[in-house]
Design a protein around this ligand. Structure first.
Ligand SMILES: *Cc1c(COP(=O)(O)O)cnc(C)c1O
Length: 411
């Protein structure tokens, strides 16, 4: 591929104008939007407005006047449109971990006589920790974690299973599950399904309603660009709303919080999943960030994501220096999310050397260099430049410097 055709790719890119909506440093090629999305200009303005005008001037009246009290649902409905979900089924609150805890206990209680929670070996640790915590709380007779390899999931779906809890796109490899098929197979055995969409929301088209998904969670700070520690989201299908007893029964999920009644009575609908007072500043940053998705559909985002990853692989193939980076994501684009992972014994040092040279990926233990592809703010030229820098780092073995080997706390 010549520079000319890369220019052409950028000229024809329907999402090219989106980059201007982000406040990105000039000298960085940011391939880590799957860990922390970039900063949208709209979030800067909104946070300023919320802090100085709403909090500063209007003080407590802002809960009503500026709609703070409805923000978890309003922002949830914006996210719903990216998930193929109708309104009133998504709420923004807490973290994925906390939301999984609520959903696991909710779902287990809906499945009397069943205790097994099936998940995948190599799932994101917090997802498995949450099941382990629920198991310690309720006892094995009511919650029993079974982790199986990806190719054994289908086989593990028996009538003893209460819940299938899977991450749609694996954080290490980028392997993508067939949501429709697995949800259907689980339902055929009476199993409820919880999907973790941390690496899916804002990255790939989703159809939660059409797939008949029961519950889902996802991340505000990855592809949705909501900022560090942005609140997460929780999806619960409308058909379950009447049957739910979520365990973190807090006042914000009460039918009438300002009645200050001594007895808990859940709010109708999705609002019952709220527990305590939401962080309005953080949620406002996320709410504003979501507007970058306003006039585009996720199919366009996905098409560009596939084209960016394919260009990366194609350019990588032209350099024998790069052969020692072994692709550990699926080659088939329909089987992977918006990332490429490569294995190498010096993966950590390679990441550090790349960062020093203006390309930001991340490292995932034990040996993965992970590149995230965010079509809203990456160009085809960025990918070509990133591969060129990667080639230099590998060819000159720049990563072998001692300074690149010292592990930081966050990788
Ligand atoms: C990033 C990520 C999380 C993060 O969980 P939090 O509790 O929101 O910090 C959870 N699950 C998966 C699969 C992730 O990739």
């Amino acid at each position: 591929m010549t520079l000319y055709t890369i220019e052409q790719l950028d000229d024809q890119d329907p999402l090219a104008a989106k980059r201007a909506l982000f406040d990105l440093p000039e000298d960085v090629i940011y391939l880590d939007g799957n860990s922390l999305g970039a900063l949208p200009h709209a979030s800067i303005q909104r946070v300023q407005e919320v802090v100085t005008h709403q909090w500063g001037n209007d003080l407590i009246g802002s809960w009503n006047k500026h709609g703070w009290i409805d923000l978890p649902q309003k922002t949830g409905d914006k996210i719903a449109s990216l998930l193929g979900a109708g309104p009133g089924q998504v709420i923004v609150c807490d973290s994925i971990s906390v939301n999984l805890y609520k959903l696991l206990i909710t779902a287990l209680e809906m499945q009397p006589g069943r205790a097994t929670v099936v998940s995948e070996q190599g799932n994101f640790p917090t997802d498995l920790y949450m099941v382990q915590g629920v198991q310690a709380l309720l006892g094995e007779k009511r919650c029993n974690l079974l982790t199986v390899a990806a190719d054994s999931i289908e086989h593990a779906l028996t009538e003893d299973v209460a819940v299938l809890m899977l991450t749609h796109i694996n954080f290490r490899s980028g392997q993508l599950h067939d949501m429709q098929r697995l949800t259907r197979l689980a339902h055929a055995k009476g199993i409820l399904v919880i999907w973790d969409l941390a690496h899916s929301a804002g990255a790939v088209p989703l159809n939660l309603d059409d797939c008949g998904v029961d519950f889902a969670v996802g991340c505000g700070y990855k592809y949705l660009n909501g900022g560090p520690g942005a609140p997460a989201f929780l999806y619960a299908a409308t058909r379950h709303h009447e049957k739910i007893n979520q365990p973190l029964a807090g006042w914000m999920g009460h039918a009438n919080p300002f009645a200050f009644s001594q007895d808990y009575q859940p709010a109708p609908g999705i609002k019952q999943f709220l527990a305590g007072t939401p962080s309005i500043i953080a949620m406002a940053a996320l709410d504003a960030a979501l507007d970058v998705f306003n006039d585009i559909d996720m199919t366009t985002v996905r098409e560009k994501s596939v084209a960016l990853t394919q260009l990366f692989l194609q350019l990588k193939q032209q350099h024998t220096d790069l052969d020692e980076l072994i692709l550990c994501s699926p080659e088939d684009t329909s089987q992977r999310g918006s990332q490429l992972s490569f294995c190498h014994d010096d993966a950590y040092a390679i990441c550090q050397a790349l960062i020093d040279n203006g390309v930001v990926p991340d490292f995932r233990a034990p040996d993965i260099v992970r590149f995230g592809f965010t079509p809203l703010y990456l160009s085809f030229a960025d990918i070509a430049n990133a591969v060129e820098i990667l080639q230099k780092v590998m060819h000159e073995k720049r990563y072998q410097k001692d300074k690149y080997k010292q592990r930081a706390t966050v990788t």
